[in-house]
Design a protein around this ligand. Structure first.
Ligand SMILES: *[C@@H]1O[C@H](CO)[C@@H](O)[C@H](O)[C@H]1NC(C)=O
Ligand SMILES: *[C@@H]1O[C@H](CO)[C@@H](O)[C@H](O)[C@H]1NC(C)=O
Length: 192
């Protein structure tokens, strides 16, 4: 019996390793792919891509897409919720309606880092899931004064199509209610 259990555990282990393999050994980690990319890079010109989509953040309600993971003793008394940290996995869509076509996800965190004015520290990855951008990502790190009409945040890097990306994102609130915020994003990314 013990032997059978051990075998079953081993089979399970091999099976789970097998499942994990494709992720670990994606072609992106193939040294040949890196060589090819480097060769092309010598002659590559920097390109500019413009992206437009809507970001849906739902911090409350039945199916929140953002969850509170930390707060300070003074957060609840602070007019800016100073010290609050949320982790989010928010859908990105083509149009402003929540039912509009999904083009990717924004995954990351925002922390309330302003005491006088709402000023979020945002660290997030925009992961795209359609067409030639599928699985490529853009990383944003910046300040989002969420109550201002326009907020600009820097792109600090990217992967896939967006390798070595730099640029900026302009966020503009499209609509806001007690459960969710829909934010329009205009992104300019320079990449190779
Ligand atoms: C995106 O890539 C994943 C694998 O990385 C694949 O399963 C999926 O079908 C692709 N989707 C599109 C729209 O190409
Ligand atoms: C808030 O807006 C979202 C997106 O438009 C909508 O789905 C939701 O029903 C609204 N909630 C309330 C309480 O109005």
């Amino acid at each position: 019996m013990a032997g059978t259990a051990k075998l079953a555990a081993l089979v399970l282990l091999i099976f789970s390793l097998g499942m994990a393999m494709p992720l670990v050994h994606s072609n992106l980690e193939d040294p040949k792919e890196v060589d090819k990319w480097l060769q092309k890079f010598q002659y590559a010109k920097e390109k500019v891509s413009r992206l437009h989509f809507y970001f849906h953040d739902t911090p409350s309600g039945k199916n929140p897409s953002a969850v509170r993971v930390a707060q300070a003793p003074i957060t609840e008394k602070s007019p800016t919720l100073f010290g609050l940290v949320n982790i989010f996995d928010d859908p990105l869509t083509e149009g402003p309606e929540p039912t509009s076509r999904l083009v990717g996800r924004a995954q990351g965190l925002y922390g309330s880092a302003g005491q006088q004015e709402v000023g979020l520290l945002v660290a997030m990855n925009l992961v795209f899931t359609t067409g030639r951008l599928n699985a490529s990502s853009i990383t944003i790190l910046g300040r989002n004064a969420a109550l201002q009409p326009h907020r600009e945040m820097p792109i600090i890097g990217g992967t896939g199509v967006f390798r070595l990306a730099r640029g900026f994102a302009i966020a503009k609130t499209h609509s806001l209610n007690f459960t969710s915020a829909i934010v329009e994003y205009n992104v300019v990314a320079m990449h190779y």
